[in-house]
Ligand binder design. Sequence first.
Ligand code: IDP
Ligand code: MG
Length: 162
Amino acid sequence: KFECSSMSEIQMERTFIAIKPDGVQRGLISEILSRFERKGFKLVAIKLVVPSKEFAQKHYHDLKDRPFFNGLCDFLSSGPVLAMVWEGEGVIKYGRKLIGATDPQKSEPGTIRGDLAVVVGRNIIHGSDGPETAKAEIGLWFEPRELVSYTSNEEKWIYGVN
Ligand code: IDP
Ligand code: MG
């Protein structure tokens, strides 16, 4: 529709996005944040953490039977991770689009992995793959009080509310 009368008409979602240790070490934080920010999504939580291996195993529990699981968890816990929650209409699915395919060799140019990464084991960023995982991952990485609710001045321009 052309106009929404209020923000309550918009189907807001939240997703968990993390810049992995390779993205942090390569100085790609501002590059990645700006892509989500310029799109019009809203940052509601952010922190830099070094997760323990046990924590990494929890985060990636769905992949525990894969041959790369151990190396993946070692890597995620090897250094600082920038953990974030982003909010917006369709942010779960569209966040995955901004990120690109898991294997950077198959990610389209214009996506974060397509533009900034080369191999699957160092693909610099994580994003929740659906509403259930988004909820679980936000709950794993953040306390409820770390999620900041605020009105962005840009919302009326991004969503066309009166
Ligand atoms: P996703 O990050 O695009 O959601 P998943 O299949 O959930 O991809 O895999 C989680 C992470 O595990 C990937 O981002 C990547 O770092 C790593 N990974 C996935 N497949 C492989 C592989 O075949 N070899 C090595 N690492 C992999
Ligand atoms: Mg995944």
